[in-house]
Design a protein around this ligand. Structure first.
Ligand SMILES: Nc1nc2c(c(=O)[nH]1)N[C@H]1C(S)=C(S)[C@@H](COP(=O)(O)OP(=O)(O)OC[C@H]3O[C@@H](n4cnc5c(=O)[nH]c(N)nc54)[C@H](O)[C@@H]3O)O[C@H]1N2
Ligand SMILES: Nc1nc2c(c(=O)[nH]1)N[C@H]1C(S)=C(S)[C@@H](COP(=O)(O)OP(=O)(O)OC[C@H]3O[C@@H](n4cnc5c(=O)[nH]c(N)nc54)[C@H](O)[C@@H]3O)O[C@H]1N2
Ligand SMILES: [Mo]
Length: 769
């Protein structure tokens, strides 16, 4: 399966005319104002706004149009001319709206007025902002703070996030779960232990200096397309790109640069990956172990022969801890085990290892394909092992590069959004604001869901997001959401979480980042941190969707003032009137990162927060970069497989941003609906299935709970035998809540054991009874 391709794959490259056509299509469909092209040109520019789609780095010298197809879609989606106002809810009960698809709900347009659910009418009814805040405050004051959760989806700016984390802590808890808990938490756990920083070490500059790139489980063409520019440049310099992914993703195969007139006219494609290894889902740890084995044994041989060593022993001696144990474990691992667990032949792994050994500076890039596994933390640690062997961390052109999800998810953690009290500067906050911050650990996303399921959570406040769809185990959790005493959603668009709500429910509509945010007549700016640890200012460009909208900082302040006792050291109103004051406060809490924040936020390319490992300073307990010995290579000890059992991984399509579904089709994978399962020919034969058959998928879990998704269409696809792929969030009902990455609690959305039953058969059986 190593470099196979197949007839069923669409042959279009990512980027190119297809991209521009898609952008135009979506702009038309969203009936966006005519000035949109001008707005798009401000996207990801120093004087413009930071894209609300992915978190990829924004260059200091941007392209004239520094946005991608999906960024343009995200912009159009936010500045659409469609509205969901009080009148909309007068026409639709929630019960009726529940029959709408995820796409239809969000496509209805922007929320415009604050709303409270009226149970007798089963409708959201308009209320004033003052009433909303007063009522929410009164209810929060009556609840046990330990049972209230403040969730954040990773889009809100640094300013809002800082205020929100203060609100939770002053209220009395560290219940600050975030989207990172479902995403790169495996990174945030693995990297501090191994290299002493919670984030990647790579900046854009490293792409210009690298001589080899390794890519694991990240779908660049869809989820961070602007990175294709860096990859294309690297390929032009002859830099090899070695990819590990169960699917041959278009963006990782080839790219036409829509910013290059010549390429657009000639359709000239850059081949992106020079090696493409279709690893089994969950097989990366074994594949990387295999590469380490090739390297360690080549080094052993060189020592024996007196030749040039393969491992960077000077680096290892000066900077690393645990090398001998790791090397011993590598030598002791059998190829048979590596091949079985990775699904790759030894020759393919050797080919990849030889590319690695030839390079002087290697980048290791990865996404959800590593983090969303039972072994998510170990996967990342194994990649660190590989990089450390040849000193590929902390030198130009080398490093580890987790590609973060939401546009400010990394930044939210930087300014205190975390359920782990040890990660927040509590002493500093106590001093700055004269209160006693709670010291007990808060709930992460999985723990919040357990609490909701078990009736132990009283209220969920959501700063963005769509938790009801984003979390696992929909079937098990739905009753819990509906039984919650209170839900408060701060949102831009209608989604399922507004329909599956608590007994008392508020819907607070906010300005999006692309919109001009005026406070007291003065336009305000906000800021975010990108995936490479660089902070950027962002100024809204579009007129607000409605005059009744409040900004996110204003809404957080409104809730805070109504909930908390007045604090002479914190003037929420002054912050809302002038966001520079929030940034001044952030700079007081985090001086090393945010000193002179208001001036530096407009630095082209952003200003970077200190990343010690990039300077080869290791803030780990050993004071060194740590090699990690793994327990074993079995991808998922909890999901042991067996006859007739397939391993499902869930992923994003070209037509979505997380639970936001722009279009039902996936252009890159050539399907028109999201209710599909991509399957290998061999597995279809073994199960007696044909292309187009409709199946029921049921999860194979030990807890006796029946989890199923009906109506999935089988699509024959080049995917390793034993693996099937489906879309998130449609397949989320199949993921048991208890199935998450050890230590990081990231739901293991990339490895779910399932069985399939053909629906026709089903129907025949029930008809016979
Ligand atoms: N347009 C757009 N951009 C986005 C998003 C979006 O939904 N749409 N979401 C944002 C967010 S929050 C995030 S976290 C990122 C997510 O971006 P990605 O990390 O790219 O996330 P996914 O699409 O879930 O899956 C990534 C890839 O992992 C592969 N894969 C699955 N299992 C394995 C495995 O076991 N090993 C390996 N090597 N590969 C595997 C899949 O085939 C897929 O190509 O994107 C962000 N950017
Ligand atoms: N099976 C499976 N499950 C997964 C994943 C997977 O790969 N597979 N991925 C996981 C990952 S990586 C993530 S990050 C989570 C995502 O989980 P979430 O972050 O909770 O979900 P989103 O779909 O990003 O949230 C979309 C909603 O955010 C609101 N919104 C949009 N813009 C704004 C804004 O500017 N302000 C406010 N206040 N609200 C706004 C809109 O109302 C929109 O409906 O899902 C996780 N779940
Ligand atoms: Mo994410």
């Amino acid at each position: 399966m190593s470099t196979s391709s197949d007839t069923n794959e669409p042959k279009i490259p990512s980027g190119g005319w297809g991209s521009m056509k898609e952008v135009t299509k979506i702009l038309l469909k969203e009936r966006v104002p005519l000035n949109t092209p001008a707005i798009l040109l401000k996207q990801n520019k120093t004087d413009g706004f930071a894209c609300v789609s992915c978190s990829w780095a924004k260059p200091a010298n941007p392209h004239p149009a520094e946005f991608c197809e999906n960024g343009a879609k995200a912009t159009a989606w936010e500045i659409t001319n469609k509205r969901v106002d009080a009148d909309f809810f007068a026409r639709h009960t929630l019960r009726r709206l529940e029959s709408w698809s995820d796409h239809e709900l969000e496509a209805a347009g922007r929320l415009t007025v604050p709303l409270r659910w009226d149970g007798a009418l089963d409708r959201y009814v308009e209320i004033s902002w003052d009433t909303a805040f007063a009522e929410i405050g009164a209810q929060l004051r009556a609840l046990d703070p330990k049972k209230v959760v403040f969730y954040s989806s990773g889009r809100a700016a640094l300013e809002t996030s800082y205020m929100y984390s203060l609100l939770a802590r002053m209220y009395g808890n560290n219940n600050l779960p975030d989207s990172s808990n479902m995403c790169h938490e495996s990174t945030s756990v693995a990297l501090p232990k191994t290299i002493g920083v919670p984030i990647g070490t790579v900046v854009l500059d490293d792409f210009e200096k690298t001589d080899c790139i390794f890519f694991f489980g990240q779908n660049v063409g869809v989820n961070s397309p602007r990175m294709l520019h860096q990859l294309q440049e690297a390929r032009k310099r002859g830099v090899p790109i070695v990819t590990f992914n169960p699917l041959r993703e278009r963006g990782l195969v080839s790219f036409v640069n829509p910013q290059s007139p010549v390429e657009m006219l000639t359709g000239h494609e850059t081949c992106i990956s020079t090696q493409y290894h279709q690893v089994k889902a969950g097989g990366d740890m074994a594949a990387i172990m295999g590469m380490c084995k090739v390297i360690v044994e080549a080094d052993d041989a060189a020592r024996g022969a007196g030749g040039e060593r393969v491992i960077d022993h000077a680096f290892v001696a000066e900077h690393c801890h645990g090398f001998d144990d790791f090397a011993a474990s590598v030598r002791a691992t059998a190829w048979s085990e590596i091949e079985r667990e990775s699904g790759l032949p030894r020759s393919a792994i050797e080919e990849a290892a030889h590319e690695y050994m030839r390079a002087k500076a290697v980048l290791g890039i990865y996404g959800m394909g590593l983090t969303q596994h039972r072994n998510g933390v170990e996967n990342v640690q194994m990649l660190v092992n590989l990089l450390l062997l040849r000193g590929n961390i902390g030198k130009p052109g080398a490093g580890i590069c987790p590609v973060r999800g939401h546009s400010n998810v990394q930044g939210q953690r930087t300014v205190g959004i975390t359920e782990k009290p040890e990660l927040a500067p509590l002493d500093k906050l106590a001093e700055q604001y004269g209160f006693t911050p709670p010291r007990d650990k808060g709930m992460n996303t999985v723990e919040m869901c357990e609490g909701i399921r078990d009736g132990k959570v009283s209220a969920v406040v959501s700063l963005g997001g769509n938790l009801v769809r984003a979390v696992p185990d929909h079937g098990v959790l739905e009753a819990g959401w509906r039984a919650l005493p209170l839900t408060v959603q701060i949102s831009t668009k209608l989604n399922r979480s507004h329909l599956v709500h608590g007994k008392v429910a508020y819907l607070l509509p906010c300005l999006g980042r692309i919109e001009i945010d005026r406070q007291g007549g003065v336009e305000q700016a906000v800021s975010m941190e990108d995936s490479t640890g660089c902070m950027h200012g962002s100024r809204g460009q579009a007129e607000p969707a409605a005059a009744t909208l409040l900004s996110e900082p204003a809404i957080v302040a409104g809730i805070a003032k109504a909930t908390l006792a007045p604090n002479p050291k914190l003037d929420w109103d002054a912050w809302v009137m002038d966001y520079r004051k929030i940034r001044d406060a952030i700079a007081v809490t985090y001086p090393e990162i945010f000193h002179e924040f208001n001036q530096r936020m407009w630095t082209p390319g952003g200003f970077r927060k200190p990343v010690a490992a990039a300077q080869r300073k290791w803030n780990t307990p050993t004071g060194k970069a740590n090699f990690t010995v793994t327990d074993g290579l079995v991808a998922d000890p909890d999901m042991p497989g067996g006859p007739g059992i397939l391993r499902l991984f869930t992923m994003r399509s070209d037509g979505q941003f997380n639970t936001t579904v722009y279009t039902e089709e996936d252009r890159f994978r050539g399907v028109k609906t999201r209710n599909v399962l991509f399957m290998a020919r061999e597995d279809m034969d073994a199960q007696g299935l044909a292309d187009g058959d409709i199946v029921r998928a049921s999860a194979v879990a030990r807890d006796g709970v029946e989890r199923k998704v009906d109506g999935l269409q089988v699509v024959e696809y080049p995917i390793p035998q034993g693996c099937v792929a489906g879309y998130y969030p449609e397949c989320n009902p199949l993921i048991p809540l208890s199935h998450y990455a050890k230590e990081s609690y990231v739901p293991a959305a990339k490895s779910i054991d399932i069985r399939l039953v053909r629906s026709r058969q089903d129907a025949a059986v029930s008809a016979a009874h």
